[in-house]
Design a protein around this ligand. Structure first.
Ligand code: CP
Ligand code: NVA
Length: 313
């Protein structure tokens, strides 16, 4: 049986099988090749996408909006100041109205529960464009970028340094587990992913052969890394924690010394962006020759277009 994702929402990577993720990546590579060949299509002609943002965004908005409009669709940007979303109208009611007017919905906000309600009540595909819990569309772009560099995912050693309990660290763990990779979180013990997610990742790994590890010892975790990945030390909504995090996470900054510690010349550096240069990563590393962050950012668009093609057509 081939993979058929028509009508599906994309709320968490936990809902997708390795085969389905593989399929989304295959379509992403095709979409990128089309883009490079300057091929144009009108796949979303006559369709409308509503994009709901409670938090700021550069890449996610640009990726969804440009991918949808260049295929002939119309994307509507709605910030929290524009619509009732839990304020004056329940999320359920907003979802039901959206579902009667648009073909798909993207949500970026705080609570995972809200993106789930949107999916359950709208009756149209809903895409999670980041919540406090996870950032699954970013992981699609990250897997694509890793695959472009190493021609495989299985067995690739992906090391996440820093705030190991944030949405990115958690989502990458699930993505890596699904695709049979090695995933290492290098962080202070109190900033490891929550136990329930770790248990899910271990369970998935038993089937896929992935390896998941946690360590506070930088040298140990970083050794043999194919990819060193980091993210901001204080995510959106937790800016008040920044001073504490700077104290806790300074030893986990990605700098040239860390990149050398991998012992591999081919190790690449990745970051979902936006980055705070001088905190989680030094200027030299993010601007250096091993950095793939701009390719990774571009791949947001290709993977998001692929996701919408797979779920809408
Ligand atoms: N990586 C990412 O999601 O970027 P934005 O916050 O700019 O959308
Ligand atoms: N962890 C970051 C990711 C931004 C794309 C945040 O939630 O702010």
């Amino acid at each position: 049986m081939g993979v058929n994702l028509k009508g599906r929402s994309f709320i968490s990577l936990l809902d997708y099988t390795p085969e389905e993720i593989r399929y989304l990546l295959d379509v992403s590579h095709q979409v990128k090749a089309e883009s490079r060949a300057r091929e144009r299509h009108r796949r979303f002609e006559g369709m409308t996408l509503a994009m709901l943002f409670e938090k700021r965004s550069t890449r996610t908005r640009l990726a969804f909006e440009s991918a949808f409009t260049e295929e002939g669709g119309h994307a509507i940007f709605l910030s929290k100041n524009d619509i009732q979303l839990g304020a004056k109208e329940s999320v359920e009611d907003t979802a039901r109205v959206l579902g009667r007017m648009v073909d798909a919905v993207m949500f970026r906000g705080f609570e995972q529960k809200h993106v789930e309600i949107l999916a359950n009540y709208s009756g149209v595909p809903v895409y999670n464009g980041l919540t406090d819990l996870c950032h699954p569309t970013q992981v699609l772009a990250d897997l694509m970028t890793i695959e472009e560099n190493f021609r495989r995912l299985r067995g690739v050693r992906l090391v996440f340094m820093g705030d190991g309990r944030n949405n990115m660290a958690r989502s990458l763990m699930i993505g890596a587990a699904k695709m049979g990779m090695e995933y290492v979180v290098v962080s202070p013990e109190q900033l490891r992913p929550d136990e329930s997610f770790v248990n899910k990742a271990f369970e998935i790994s038993r089937e896929t052969g992935a390896k998941i590890e946690f360590t506070e010892v930088v040298e140990e975790g970083v050794k043999g890394a194919d990819v060193i990945y980091t993210d901001v030390w204080a995510s959106m909504g937790e800016e008040d924690k920044l001073q504490d995090r700077i104290k806790m996470l300074s030893p986990f900054q990605v700098n040239e010394k860390i990149m050398e510690m991998t012992g591999k010349d081919e190790t690449i550096f990745m970051h979902c962006l936006p980055a705070v240069k001088g905190q989680e990563v030094t200027y030299d590393v993010i601007e250096g020759k091993r950095s793939k962050v701009w390719e990774e950012a571009e791949n947001r668009k290709h993977t998001i277009k692929a996701l919408m093609i797979a779920t809408l057509l």
